[in-house]
Design a protein around this ligand. Structure first.
Ligand code: AP5
Length: 214
């Protein structure tokens, strides 16, 4: 199955992608995770990307398109993928179309998760992640058993630099201006299914399974 997950920051793309990936064995390709790894490793690309990410802006297209081209060409993606957070503008969508044409691997479905802006701010400002094993928590909705400690590996949980309210609101504005037009782009191509994502993680996952089954 070849899927694209679109949605505003905090809509649950990463949460749902990692669950579907674990249950169905489909490779998750997250441009956000790839960029954070590059930042952590201090690569030239990571240093360039960090300033954009911290400001809540999109990283330049040529950087993320290069990441996606490499990942989609790997063995792990030969039998399918979930693109989590890419594309984010029509230029990236056009580039993706060309990449997938080269690989003769058309997209099966584009899932757009929809959530009200204030709920997104609450989700993101409470998110905590584990830098060691990448497990994700929320201080209210998915709290770790012991405050600040990862249930999975015992690592110290951190708040992402871009999960402070001023940056969250900037990211929401960037989504509205640059990414939301993709809904119409993929609707016009008969690929879009919208999934309301304000319910529990389990409810959203059930709706997602229905969306990708048809
Ligand atoms: P990225 O990491 O992709 O961030 P994002 O798209 O802003 O998405 P998030 O990871 O913040 O949210 P999500 O929808 O995955 O929600 P999650 O499941 O984590 O990108 C970061 C930055 O990298 C960008 O700002 C940009 O600079 C750059 N970048 C990345 N891709 C790029 C691209 N293609 N082009 C250019 N630049 C790019 O959930 C959020 C929280 O809510 C968690 O705490 C979770 O536990 C909780 N939660 C999830 N579901 C529910 C639920 N149903 N109910 C209650 N809580 C929930």
């Amino acid at each position: 199955m070849r899927l694209i997950f679109v949605g505003p920051p905090g809509a649950g793309k990463g949460t749902q992608a990692s669950r579907l990936s674990a249950e169905r064995g489909i490779t998750q390709v997250s441009t956000g995770d790839a960029l954070r790894q590059a930042v952590k490793a201090g690569t030239k690309m990571g240093i360039k990307a960090k300033a954009f990410m911290d400001a809540g802006q999109l990283v330049p297209d040529e950087v993320v398109i290069g990441i996606v081209r490499e990942k989609l060409g790997s063995d792990a993606c030969r039998d399918g993928f979930i693109l989590d957070g890419f594309p984010r503008n029509t230029g990236q969508a056009e580039a993706l179309g060309a990449i997938l044409q080269d690989f003769s691997a058309p997209v099966d479905r584009v899932v757009a998760f929809t959530v009200d802006d204030e709920a997104l701010v609450a989700r993101l400002s409470g998110r905590r992640t584990c830098p060691s094993c990448h497990a994700m928590f929320h201080i209210a909705y998915a709290a770790p058993k012991q405050g600040g400690v990862c249930d999975r590996c015992g690592g110290a949980l951190v708040q992402r630099d871009d999960d402070h309210e001023d940056v969250i609101r900037k990211r929401l504005a960037v989504y509205a201006a640059e990414t939301r037009p993709l809904l119409e782009y993929y609707e016009d191509r008969g690929l879009l299914t919208q999934v309301p994502a304000e319910g529990s993680v389990d409810d959203v996952y059930s709706a997602l399974l229905k969306a990708v089954a048809g």
